[in-house]
Design a protein. Structure first.
Ligand code: MG
Ligand code: MG
Length: 267
């Protein structure tokens, strides 16, 4: 069942999303070779709690951390650990918070200099596909229009693998609500989008095969062929003329710009 949100509730979700953006920006300011995921996770949890909020992922189905850090061939749900970031790594960092009764959720894939051109293109095109999906997140369109836009701009033109086992989702009082938002689908199909719907759109796109596997840690999802994977996510409210993007990648992109160790992902 889809839970429709009032304008006031959407503002509360926005506050949670903006804390996610602030947290990711802080994490990015620290991201460089030699830093561990575990260190970033502690920083993120401290910042979230200092802002009167609760990490949204920690304890969710027993997930043990504040951030999901998924490096290189990891698609999503990577557990922050003691391994150090090194030059040439890419990493999806996904963060959720719970504040004032509502969740916020956003993710971004970062690249430590230098990465192969084909990996850079994967990141740029995955990020672009997120915005292609968001363009369809308007009243009167169908859920399948979002899915199709993402699929068409990644697998269609470029032959990337669109992950099917994991999907976007509604966001509200629960981290994962109806509807599911797949990154593949048919134009004009699925439920009609209406005001009051808040969804996380999150393309997970692989350079090679779309097939994924679960790691032994029980969480990390990795590509079937060990090739890299990219993941970008915004939480958005369906709008009349355009979607209202509740999370904000601008603060973290500003930090990327200031960080000499990171590659900008310009689209
Ligand atoms: Mg997320
Ligand atoms: Mg999500």
């Amino acid at each position: 069942m889809i839970v429709y949100k009032s304008a006031e509730q959407i503002e509360l979700i926005r506050q949670s999303c903006l804390l996610v953006s602030k947290t990711l920006a802080h994490v990015v300011s620290l991201l460089k070779p030699g830093v561990t995921g575990k260190e970033l996770d502690i920083e993120a949890e401290t910042l979230i709690r200092d802002n009167g909020a609760i990490p949204g992922f920690k304890g969710y189905n027993d997930f043990p951390a504040t951030l999901c850090i998924s490096k290189n061939d990891a698609v999503v749900h990577g557990i922050p650990n003691e391994s150090e970031f090194k030059e040439g790594d890419i990493a999806s960092i996904d963060c959720g918070v719970f504040m004032n009764g509502f969740f916020g959720d956003a993710a971004y894939t970062f690249a430590l200099k230098e990465i192969p051109d084909e990996t850079l293109k994967l990141l740029q095109r995955t990020k672009a596909s997120l915005y292609k999906g968001i363009e369809q997140a308007i009243v009167g369109r169908r859920l399948g229009d979002i899915s199709y836009a993402i699929q068409e701009s990644t697998s269609g033109q470029y032959g990337y693998g669109v992950v099917r086992e994991l999907v976007g989702h509604g966001v509200g009082e629960n981290l994962h609500e109806a509807p599911e938002v797949p990154n593949y689908g048919k134009k004009g199909k699925g439920i009609r989008l209406q005001e009051g719907m808040v969804i996380a759109i999150e393309p997970m796109i692989n350079l090679g095969t779309r097939k994924v596997k679960q790691s032994k840690d029980g969480w990390t999802v990795v590509t079937g062929d060990k090739k890299p994977s990219a993941h970008y996510e915004h939480t958005v409210a369906i709008g009349k003329d355009s979607a209202d993007i509740l999370s904000d990648h601008a603060p973290l992109e500003l930090e990327i710009d200031k960080n000499d160790y990171l590659r900008e992902i310009l689209i």
